[in-house]
Write a protein that binds this ligand. Structure first.
Ligand SMILES: Nc1nc2c(ncn2[C@@H]2O[C@H](COP(=O)(O)OP(=O)(O)OP(=O)(O)O)[C@@H](O)[C@H]2O)c(=O)[nH]1
Ligand SMILES: [Mg+2]
Length: 649
């Protein structure tokens, strides 16, 4: 368990930590000289014997001076237990209240009041201050917290407080590790012979020696060479502990890591400079918080400049809670439910605080009603309920990888979630979109109805182009989702798709008698020509036909899916196009970086240079390849683009 002190300057925080642990956490010469704490101090003590060895209590001692609230904040996000220190002689003072407000905004529910310096006052004064504190705590997250009168000088009351902390630590126990590992760095130093050590609070997950991690947001890869958990050498560390990690990595010099950085498991490395959050403005604020107010954002151990965009309104009144978008001066690491504090631009006072809802918020349309609906769904704590709400509100589907990342869910944690949800998952592994089962069904029915209508109007044609079919739906699904739908329906035989055209499986284009007769003559010529059949005007000469008339006929045949129009003057049979697609695929497998050049494709296929270029351009249009400079890259499997089994007869 990690305990942080808090409270006004000189009220005895450091003395109390020393009375509890024997450790003087004021290490800096300046702290000694001025007799105040400036930066965070750390101390550890065994919490009596629990099963499996003594639990270790970790203390973070924070400075009370109003100028160092920034340091205080780096120490208290992510702690388990708050020890609010108030001196019996002074009673509550400005930073007693500010620190309490911060603990409340951070949602820290476990804690106690340590009423110090009781050796200096009469018992009546102790009772008076205890009552004042109870009133102050009323309505905060720490409402009803016990009060422990102590003297760090005489030692009175210290054993009772220690027993209480031990009991809480035992009751809290080891929390189950969940999520990917995240540690908020609040200190770094070098150890001769070992190298760089970073320390901080573990926010989620667990870590083991030899783990490969990322320093975020910079993105530096590191390996864990050694771990101290709660100040003891350990093979691993987990949530609820302070850890010191000895890390090594290729780009790791002393200045590579700072307070405010994170050390995280690779999947949790996702820097962001724009996040939606719910904040509460302190009741004590003199004015409403208006749109685009500049602030200091404190999250994890970071302090970064930001602007507050008020969502769905112009301002937030004191004491009110509202959704906002925070637009940061630079990217930081942040995930959903991370607690945050906003202080004013000159860092003089705490204004508001809350928690992250969407760490990857969009810039555009952030206040639109549809978007606010989505934000409300993201705010739902239970992942299954949130996913269900999002599926109902996002017609284009839910980006599942992003959903899992935002909530810091591991693969093991999402597996059950995905299975339980009433949704269809489409797309490749790792980049899946979730679509509600109801919407998927509705889209399927709409596609079939649109196809029936289309075929009724166009009996002599193969079927609509995929995009035309998409646009016929109301509302048109996003292209990527629609392509997935058609691919899924084609795989099940519900529709037939080829060359980016779609038809019902039992639909056969009807040809006029004259066309049919001509096709019986043209088809064998195309067949014989294989991958390189004669150009239209050559065929026209052979048949003694007007080239324009033959061209128009071949266009009709192409509309029925019998032939494919390649280039200006050439038509191929669909299976020839498929064969060329397979050749391109094979070529890409063999060449460096999967790149295909026109010359290589010409050599591999044996077709002429001009036709090779026309075929590749057709591939680009069909979405099989994408041009990159002078070469091309495969975008999709050929079978997916040109259809596997669709017959052209
Ligand atoms: N008589 C008496 N003096 C105390 C007690 N606790 C602390 N002091 C004295 O109060 C002064 C301030 O104590 P610190 O522990 O440094 O106070 P702090 O809250 O850590 O101060 P900052 O870290 O600067 O905010 C020191 O001179 C202590 O010796 C106590 O219980 N009784
Ligand atoms: Mg101190």
């Amino acid at each position: 368990m990690i305990v942080a002190t808090s409270g006004h300057i000189d009220h005895g925080k450091t003395a109390l930590v020393k009375a509890l642990t024997g450790v003087d956490t004021d290490r800096l010469p300046e702290e000694k000289r001025r007799g105040i704490s400036i930066d965070l101090g750390y101390a550890y003590t065994p919490a009596g014997d629990a099963e499996g060895g003594p639990e270790i209590l970790g203390f973070v001692d924070v400075p009370g001076h109003e100028r160092f609230v920034r340091n205080m904040l780096a120490g208290v996000t992510g702690i388990d237990y708050a020890l609010l220190v108030v001196a019996a002689d002074d009673g509550p003072m400005p930073q007693t209240e500010e620190h309490l407000a911060i603990l409340d905004l951070l949602g820290i529910r476990r804690g106690a009041v340590a009423l110090t310096k009781i050796d200096r006052v009469e018992p009546a004064r102790v009772r008076e201050v205890a009552e004042l504190m109870e009133v102050l705590l009323d309505g905060t997250a720490l409402e009803g917290a016990p009060v422990f009168p102590v003297s760090s000088i005489t030692g009175e009351g210290v054993p009772a407080l220690r027993d209480h902390l031990n009991a809480v630590a035992r009751a809290l126990g080891d929390r189950p590790s969940r999520g990917h590992f995240r540690l908020a760095v609040d200190r770094r130093f070098t150890v001769p012979g070992a190298g760089l050590v970073v320390t901080g609070t573990v926010f989620s997950g667990s870590v083991a020696v030899d783990d490969r991690l990322i320093v975020s947001p910079k993105g530096l890869p590191v390996r864990v060479r050694g771990i101290h958990a709660q100040n003891r050498e350990s093979a691993g560390g987990h949530i609820g502990q302070r850890c010191a990690l000895n890390i090594v990595g290729p780009d790791l010099d002393r200045d590579a890591v700072h307070r405010g950085d994170w050390v995280v498991a690779e999947p949790a490395h996702a820097p962001t400079a724009r996040m939606d959050a719910r904040i509460r403005l302190l009741r004590s604020e003199p004015r409403p918080l208006s749109h685009w107010t500049p602030v200091h954002l404190h999250l994890g151990a970071v302090d970064v400049g930001a602007r507050v965009a008020v969502l769905g309104g112009r301002q937030i009144a004191p004491g009110e809670t509202a959704p906002v978008q925070l637009v940061l001066d630079r990217p930081v690491g942040a995930l959903r439910d991370d607690r945050l504090i906003l202080r004013d631009q000159s860092a003089m006072r705490t204004m508001a605080g809350g928690r992250v809802i969407d760490p990857f918020a969009p810039a555009r349309g952030r206040s639109r009603p549809e978007r606010l609906d989505i934000v409300a769904a993201m705010e739902i704590d239970d992942p299954a309920a949130a996913l269900e709400a999002l599926l109902g509100r996002m017609p284009g589907g839910v980006d599942l990888a992003r959903f899992a990342l935002a909530r810091n869910l591991t693969e093991a944690e999402t597996e059950a979630l995905w299975k339980k949800a009433a949704m269809v998952r489409v797309g490749r592994a790792g980049a899946e979109t979730g679509v509600s089962a109801g919407r998927w069904q509705a889209m399927t029915e709409a596609v079939l109805a649109a196809l029936r209508a289309w075929h009724a109007r166009n009996r002599d044609r193969f079927g609509p182009a995929e995009n035309a079919l998409r646009l016929a739906l109301d509302p048109p699904p996003p292209p990527a989702l629609f392509a997935e739908l058609i691919a899924a329906l084609a795989a099940r035989g519900t529709v037939a798709a080829a060359n980016r055209q779609v038809r019902l499986p039992d639909h056969r284009a009807e040809m006029a008698d004259r066309d049919r007769k001509l096709w019986e003559r043209v088809r064998p010529v195309l067949e014989q020509g294989g991958l390189q059949p004669p150009a239209v005007h050559d065929m026209a000469g052979e048949f003694g036909l007007d080239p324009d008339a033959l061209f128009a006929f071949l266009r009709r045949a192409a509309a029925q899916g019998l032939a494919v129009h390649i280039g200006r003057n050439r038509f191929l049979l669909p299976h020839a196009v498929r064969a060329l697609g397979a050749i391109a695929e094979e070529l890409a497998r063999k060449t460096e970086g999967g790149m295909i050049t026109a010359a290589d494709f010409r050599d591999a296929s044996g077709i002429g240079r001009n036709l090779a270029i026309e075929v590749l351009e057709h591939f680009d249009r069909a979405g099989l390849t994408r041009r990159v400079g002078d070469a091309r890259r495969m975008v999709k499997p050929a079978a997916e683009v040109f259809g596997g089994q669709v017959s052209s007869a």
